[in-house]
Design a protein around this ligand. Structure first.
Ligand code: M6R
Length: 615
């Protein structure tokens, strides 16, 4: 949700910033902007509504010199997406430029006070208030830029990652963070800052993850310094090695990141499973569980707290944990949980699942759960992100950077880790028998090959998608383990094709949604040969008898469904608890090809951003 990037070094900042913005564009693409300080100290700002490509066109007409600069790609919160509301924002004196990711909650109070001091505002953003406040403090206290930034941040309530530069000073870049991520890349004679590590890859593999309430001062030819915003006391500088490669950030011959990520799933699941199942498939080993055995043994309840696609993974996780661990499980939207006064104690385990590791509501829910004494376990993709740092323990899904806004490989990684987790905790508590562990672990270990096999449905799904490109509504139905798969299939279609789609437990259809069915309302029905197959067959018949077209996802070898459904897509047979992993593959492809057929930008769908760092 907004991306910021900055550079101070000996090279031209502009190109580095533009390339950095392109890698951060998944965080928002409502507008983009850049501020550059030239070696003689002049400050040049360029902004444009829309994507970074528009900014490049606008900036080409102006000065793009300077080896110090900051830049921003926006997902609009305060104020519509236009050139004026685009960052960087410049103070009234014209001296200070700032980019911001987050939300200043008390901006209206600050704005009122600054207005009384003669400040006027051009934009509708909360961010402009912060840059004016820094300007006001700097001029009234005659202090340095860094002192003014620190003093201003002490007055601010909300979340921020900010980068600030000043006219007349081509040698100083000030950055700070609270609840929004910020990474510093330490190169040879050059420093990079960004909302995540992707703009830094290829320049340096040395990074510092700035902690909450820290402010860093980057000065040309001087060592970096980091202090606490609250106390001004120096912080320890912890340089870590980045393990991402440039190839992971490229499309690798695919038309889009989303298609690449769908087809990467055999290898991402291999990475996700590596070293977690013993050779004979008799045991699952998760260090996050092993190191905290006592907490898992005494647990009386598990609550999964999440948002979006991760919520669908959590609903599958609920079934897995209940089946294998015999512990009551609840699934909560983090945004509701945090304001729901949850009753928790030290016998509660809260699991938060997040691809980005930065989702604001999920982070707040973790904080709350910890305050109430619960043990918090994270299931996250981005290494070093805020959520894995805030949780007591956890497991990374290790599926590599997911750049397409619609989550695909992260979903299957999350479901895989939740399966491992349920097996590991079930074993620990003696709630699962050895044969079940062996059966599920064996199939899970083979999952990369099984997904490879499943992906062979691609040409068939592509052809099928053409029939449905002009549908206005879709129903996705599933039962048991595949009710959440239906929800996820519907979300994929909605978010990238803008077709209205609803996921429903198949048996609930009779209690309302069946009224919607006619020849214009296709249904996708997930019907593997599992314990509920006979029940779902009758749901298929109910749709058919009301004139609705049915696309059925069935287990390989099920020919009977050909006589009932309009179209059948076969998936390999796997144990029931693993069917969501295979069934989600044709659903991802169907959403993808329908969206492409409609000419939509699947990697950057309208109004969305990959990482939701605001409430
Ligand atoms: O990074 P997170 O997993 O915490 O993100 C949660 C949701 O914002 C995310 O899953 C969103 O729903 C995706 N666009 C779904 O494809």
């Amino acid at each position: 949700m907004c991306g910021i990037v900055g550079y101070l070094g000996s090279n031209g900042a502009y190109e580095i910033l533009i390339q950095g913005l392109k890698r951060l564009e998944y965080r928002g693409y409502d507008s983009a902007g850049v501020a550059l300080v030239t070696c003689d100290g002049s400050l040049n700002v360029h902004k444009a509504r829309g994507k970074v490509a528009n900014l490049e066109q606008t900036a080409a007409a102006g000065c793009t010199e300077g080896s110090l600069g900051i830049a921003h790609t926006r997902w609009a919160t305060h104020g519509e997406p236009n050139d004026i509301n685009a960052h960087p924002h410049v103070s009234q004196s014209g001296e200070i430029a700032l980019v911001h990711n987050g939300t200043i909650e008390n901006y209206s109070v600050l704005k009122e006070a600054l207005t009384e001091h003669g400040y006027s505002f051009k934009s509708e953003t909360d961010t402009e208030v912060l840059v004016q406040l820094i300007d006001y403090i700097k001029h009234t206290s005659s202090c340095t830029l860094v002192e003014a930034v620190r003093e201003a941040l002490l007055q601010v309530e909300g979340a921020y990652a900010v980068a600030v530069v000043e006219k007349g000073d081509p040698d100083t870049l000030v950055v700070a963070r609270k609840s929004s991520p910020l990474v510093i890349g330490v190169g040879e004679g050059e420093t990079f800052i960004a909302s995540d590590a992707t703009p830094i890859i290829g320049y340096t593999d040395k990074v510092i993850y700035l902690k909450d309430n820290e402010i860093a001062v980057i000065r040309r030819n001087e060592p970096l310094s980091i202090v606490s915003i609250d106390s001004n006391a120096p912080s320890e500088i912890d340089i870590q090695k980045l393990k991402l490669s440039l190839a992971q950030l490229e499309k690798g011959g695919y038309d889009t990141f989303m298609l690449k990520e769908i087809f990467e799933q055999p290898s991402t699941l291999r990475d996700c499973l590596r070293g977690r199942i013993t050779d004979d498939c008799s045991r699952v080993v998760l260090s996050g569980v092993e190191l905290n055995k006592e907490r898992f043994l005494k647990a009386e309840r598990i609550t999964l707290c999440i948002r979006g696609t991760s919520w669908h993974a959590a609903l599958i996780g609920k079934r897995l944990i209940q089946d294998f661990c015999q512990i009551p499980v609840e699934v909560e939207y983090a945004s509701e949980f945090r304001y729901g006064n949850p009753v928790l104690n030290e016998k509660d385990i809260v699991i938060s699942i997040s691809q980005s590791g930065e989702t604001a509501d999920t982070l707040a829910a973790i904080q709350l759960a910890k305050e109430k004494g619960a043990f918090v376990y994270g299931v996250c993709n981005v290494v070093g992100a805020s959520i894995p740092r805030a949780t007591d323990s956890g497991t990374y899904i290790h599926v590599g950077p997911e750049i397409g806004v619609a989550s695909t490989k992260a979903f299957t990684g999350q479901v895989t880790v939740l399966t491992l987790f349920a097996l590991a905790v079930g074993q620990l508590r003696g709630a699962i028998d050895a044969d079940t562990v062996r059966e599920v672990a064996t199939a899970l270990k083979a999952m990369p090959e099984i997904i490879e096999e499943t992906l062979k449905c691609d040409p068939e799904v592509q052809t099928l998608s053409r029939i449905f490109t002009y549908a206005h509504n879709f129903l996705y139905l599933g039962r048991g383990y595949n009710y959440p798969t239906a929800l996820e299939g519907a979300l994929k279609l909605k978010e990238i094709s803008y077709i209205h789609a609803e996921g429903y437990p198949a048996a609930e259809m009779k209690h309302g949604p069946i009224a919607l069915i006619d020849h214009e309302m296709p249904s996708v029905i997930i019907a593997p040969s599992d314990s509920l197959y006979d029940k779902i067959i009758s749901n298929v018949q109910q749709v058919k008898s009301r004139g609705g077209a049915v696309v059925a996802i069935v287990s390989k070898g099920n020919t009977a469904m050909n006589d009932i459904a309009d179209f059948c897509i076969e998936i390999p047979s796997v144990p029931e608890c693993l069917t969501p992993l295979v069934a989600s593959i044709p659903l991802q492809l169907l959403a993808y090809y329908i969206a492409v057929g409609k000419g939509k930008d699947v990697d950057q769908p309208r109004n969305l951003a990959k990482s939701v760092t605001v409430e």
